[in-house]
Design a protein around this ligand. Structure first.
Ligand SMILES: [Zn+2]
Length: 544
């Protein structure tokens, strides 16, 4: 026993990771020293005693799939997150343009397709609010960009410009570009943007960490870490923050698998990632880049998620399109085998039922069972594949905020999946019943990182901000509050190798809420508010 000062939080409602309840919790250094009644912990000679006045203490939230540095960088640019109509988005752009008269380019993002008629904003609207300045605004899922006429001009995009092989330039009836670029077409403009500096990435991390701590998040997996190239500033930001001692969250980095490298160079790419990992881990305290992110398909809204059966057209007839498999199954198998042999934990983007099956097949053939590999997103899972998660020890990494009816789901997804297949979406309860290990995350900045919104949706299958009368998305797939909370805390922790959640001897990662979100009606879960966050025993957020 050492003599470090003890902090006691008393007069609270503590919910431990195993579901047991208590009034008080004692923290010494970065560890939970004791949990018990106020009377039991009164004898500890605490240096600091905090009266919780009946507030709730839960295990700190762990976001198992998030892009905080990109989110933080976006927050400090023209941030359209949360805008719900074209007019709102245009107002934000106008305000940002007026506040930053000296910026050569207006960049940022966070708009949602559902805010615009047919999901398609027009570049001329940007000209109206930003004048002749080039504007490049990526949408919230990062698959399309809304650009002004000046940006099209700067990139030399006109009616005669062909679509690139991996993207599409949105055009009017006369073939003129309208100011919307999809997928690979974004690159025609993207390379012109001022490069994000290392300082800007570091600021992005600082902003993001503060924001995530304010939501009760104590640790996360960054699912998009490049170790070289122009975007490697994310990796360097973590390394610097950890070295300089201001990385208060624990972070697992999932390093990007570059699928554009030819098959003969798989071994070379693995070796490069091993070198980056080993160098980073040598001095690491809170940043541990020991995972690799492999994208196996795209997203449903742009018909690039890999499906077993074709997408439907707007009239409900099957098309010839089954979406993409970024890696052919034999190549995927080799990649998995070599990365696993090199000691990496794998993190797959697998959204459509074919992509999910291809990844499970690759794990079955090339990875030892129970090796802590994760499949993230899992929008459509074929019922035959549900039991395979438990059988293979594959972790289901869920983004609960997506499991609801909202315009993107109802207008841009369900019609093209068809009614029957749409019912297979986000099968959380089926996975849980079949014994799958569940972890949860937000994919911020794609959607809000607020775990209470995610937990609310996992339990209700209705988004907290849905209009009255919105039905749940597949009632049978609702999770119980305890299951959802475990997934967002202990489940994510063990997926990331972070050790146990709130218990005696565990790392002192906890969130104090104004009340227990699960004590009242399920419809009110999202109304709880974070009062304090402790990460590794440090008070990292305190509400005013
Ligand atoms: Zn993501």
């Amino acid at each position: 026993m050492d003599g470090s000062p003890i902090t006691v939080l008393r007069a609270g409602r503590v919910r431990c990771a195993d579901g047991t309840r208590a009034e008080a919790i004692a923290i010494r250094d970065d560890t939970v020293l004791a949990i018990g009644s106020d009377a039991e912990l009164a004898g500890l000679h605490a240096a600091e005693t905090v009266d919780l006045a009946g507030r709730a203490v839960l295990p700190g939230f762990v976001d198992a799939h998030v892009h905080p540095v990109l989110g933080g960088v976006e927050m400090s640019r023209c941030d359209l997150t949360g805008t719900r109509t074209a007019a709102e988005a245009e107002r934000v752009v106008a305000g940002y343009a007026a506040a930053h008269p000296d910026l050569e380019w207006i960049t940022g993002g966070g708009w949602s397709m559902a805010s615009f008629p047919g999901g398609r904003p027009a570049g001329s609207r940007l000209d109206a609010v930003a004048g002749d300045r080039p504007v490049f605004l990526i949408n919230r899922d990062h698959h399309s960009a809304w650009v002004s006429t000046a940006a099209l001009r700067a990139a030399g995009i006109h009616a005669g410009t062909p679509d690139p092989a991996d993207g599409r330039i949105e055009r009017d009836a006369a073939g003129e570009p309208t100011g919307l670029l999809h997928e690979g077409a974004m690159a025609l403009v993207d390379w012109l943007l001022p490069e994000t500096s290392d300082d800007q990435y570091a600021d992005g991390l600082r902003v993001a960490q503060r924001y995530l701590h304010s939501l009760g998040i104590v640790a996360w997996q960054d699912a998009w870490v490049h170790v070289d190239g122009p975007e490697s500033g994310v990796h360097r930001a973590y390394l610097a923050a950890d070295r300089d001692g201001w990385l208060t969250a624990q972070v697992v980095g999932a390093m990007w698998w570059d699928r554009t490298w030819p098959e003969e160079r798989i071994g070379e790419q693995v070796a490069r990632l091993v070198a980056a990992r080993d160098e980073a881990m040598a001095g690491a305290r809170h940043y541990r880049p020991d995972a690799v992110k492999v994208m196996q398909d795209g997203v449903a809204e742009t018909f690039t998620a890999g499906l077993l059966e074709p997408y439907l057209d707007a009239g409900g007839r099957p098309t010839g399109n089954r979406g993409l498999s970024f890696l052919a199954p034999p190549v995927l198998g080799r990649v998995v085998g070599e990365l696993v042999a090199a000691g990496f934990h794998l993190h797959f983007h697998a959204l459509g039922d074919r992509a999910v099956r291809e990844v499970l097949d690759a794990l079955a053939g090339h990875a030892p069972t129970g090796d802590r590999h994760q499949l993230a997103h899992l929008q459509v899972v074929h019922p035959d594949d549900i039991p395979r998660f438990a059988a293979l020890g594959a972790i289901a990494n869920l983004q609960p905020l997506w499991a609801c009816h909202e315009p993107q789901m109802d207008d841009l997804t369900i019609p093209f999946l068809g009614a029957e297949r749409s019912r297979l979406q986000y099968p959380f309860a089926a996975l849980q019943t079949a014994g799958a290990h569940l972890a949860m995350g937000s994919d911020w900045p794609v959607s809000s990182p607020d775990p209470l919104l995610g937990l609310h949706t996992a339990v209700n299958r209705i988004a907290p901000d849905a209009p009255a009368g919105t039905p749940p998305l597949e009632t049978a797939q609702r999770l119980s509050p305890a299951t959802a909370l475990t997934a967002y805390t202990a489940g994510s922790r063990s997926a990331l190798g972070l050790g146990p959640a709130l218990a005696v001897g565990a790392r002192a990662d906890l969130v104090v809420l104004d009340r227990d979100p699960f004590a009242g009606p399920a419809e009110a879960i999202h109304t709880a508010r974070v009062h304090r966050t402790y990460a590794g025993g440090r008070l990292v957020h305190q509400a005013e």
